[in-house]
Design a protein around this ligand. Structure first.
Ligand SMILES: Cc1ncc(COP(=O)(O)O)c(C=O)c1O
Length: 378
């Protein structure tokens, strides 16, 4: 077998030296505090019997043989739940961001993005022909300075943010961000990956919770988190959908989802939009979020946590070594909490990222916080 070229081997060696080498491992904890399955749907059975006998797999791209009827059913449902004119389903959130951002940015355009934007947003920006400019995390004054500097540019201005940030669990002041974008004629894009199923009475997301859906250019909702499945959709106008069908390469040049998957997604949206169970699970999740906050105060460690109203709660433990030690000892005690290391986050803000779920129990939340507190006191 040919060995890895030297340059690549050196990159790996560097990771090893920084105690930052990524490894695949089986995740099977007693107490799950890491998955994005906020409402416990990953293990739920969804089968409304909505199947076609003819094709199971898509057999091709949505532009060729893969656009089976299930897509129409799901996209209609998504439009009605999210009060959007149009919806376009992609194979994942990663593919949706790549497709959207790569397709819209043209030469002379500027895309302003939050410093903590997810890797899929950054990778999408790399594929775009627009110039991308980073603003400090949730710092609308900095964003305004950048918008002011480029307001005379002949291209289009775009702003990209997340409604719940995947690493910090916090949110931008979305109302102010919408107003600011409108003042500069900038098109606002909001990734709602961690808000779907979590924020708003039925988990509609932050944009709808604030009734801003008619004032943003595009939203991205992903189905691998609270919906416990796979896939994503870009929400926006019919014209945006048509544009993406023509130019979004991650939609055009890939095999579509199998139709059972798409029907299962439709079943999950029915559950979210209609069932009383959905309301109960969302309520339980928010009870657990409140409990975590209560315990961090009780054990005097709240100042180590990044303030968050979402399901994601990060406790800063600087240094890859330290955070790995704590996570290993928690794992041994059955707590599935994973460390987030540099370079995924900047050095000095390495952290444990705790994801809360509707199915977590009060005792295990308290046990987890108690153990973190005792580590921080040592
Ligand atoms: C903010 C955000 N956007 C997009 C994605 C990608 O979604 P998916 O896992 O469906 O590819 C993630 C995944 O972690 C995310 O956190």
């Amino acid at each position: 077998m040919k060995q890895l070229p030297d340059k690549l081997a050196k990159r790996l060696e560097q990771r090893l030296q920084n105690n930052a080498l990524r490894k695949l491992s089986v995740y099977d904890p007693t107490f799950d505090f890491s998955s994005n399955d906020y409402l416990g749907l990953a293990a739920a059975e969804f089968n409304s019997g909505n199947k076609s006998q003819k094709f199971q797999g898509a057999g091709g791209s949505r532009l060729l043989t893969g656009n089976h009827k299930a897509y129409e059913v799901l996209e209609t449902q998504i439009c009605s739940f999210h009060q959007s004119q149009a919806a376009l389903v992609f194979n994942s959130g990663y593919a949706a961001n790549l497709g959207l951002l790569g397709a819209i940015g043209q030469r002379r355009d500027h895309i302003f993005y939050d410093a903590l934007a997810h890797a899929s947003i950054r990778d999408g920006l790399q594929l775009s022909n627009a110039k991308s400019l980073k603003y400090r995390h949730n710092d609308l004054t900095h964003l305004e300075e950048l918008l002011e500097r480029h307001k005379e540019s002949t291209g289009t201005l775009y702003v990209v943010t997340e409604s719940v940030f995947s690493m910090d669990g916090d949110s931008p002041d979305l109302e102010a961000l919408v107003n600011l974008s409108e003042r500069y004629g900038a098109y606002l894009i909001v990734d709602e990956a961690h808000a779907l199923g979590v924020i708003g009475e039925r988990g509609h997301g932050l944009v709808q919770a604030l009734q801003m859906q008619d004032r943003v250019f595009a939203r991205i909702v992903t189905f691998g988190k609270a919906l416990g499945y796979h896939g994503a959709a870009v929400l926006g106008s019919e014209a945006l959908k048509t544009y993406l069908v023509n130019f979004a390469r991650s939609l055009i040049y890939t095999t579509a989802l199998a139709q059972d998957m798409v029907y299962s997604l439709a079943d999950r949206y029915t559950w979210l939009s209609k069932s009383t169970e959905a309301l109960k699970e969302i309520e339980k999740l928010h009870r657990n979020i409140a409990l975590l906050r209560l315990y961090t105060e009780k054990y005097g460690v709240d100042k180590h946590f990044i303030a968050s109203d979402s399901a994601i709660h990060s406790v800063i433990i600087p240094g890859n070594d330290r955070v790995k030690t704590l996570s290993a000892s928690l794992n041994e005690a059955g707590f599935g909490v994973l460390p987030i290391l540099a370079p995924t986050v900047p050095q000095g803000v390495e952290r444990l990222r705790i994801c809360l779920h509707s199915y977590n129990e009060s005792d295990s939340i308290e046990g987890l916080v108690e153990r973190i507190a005792s580590f921080l006191k040592d």
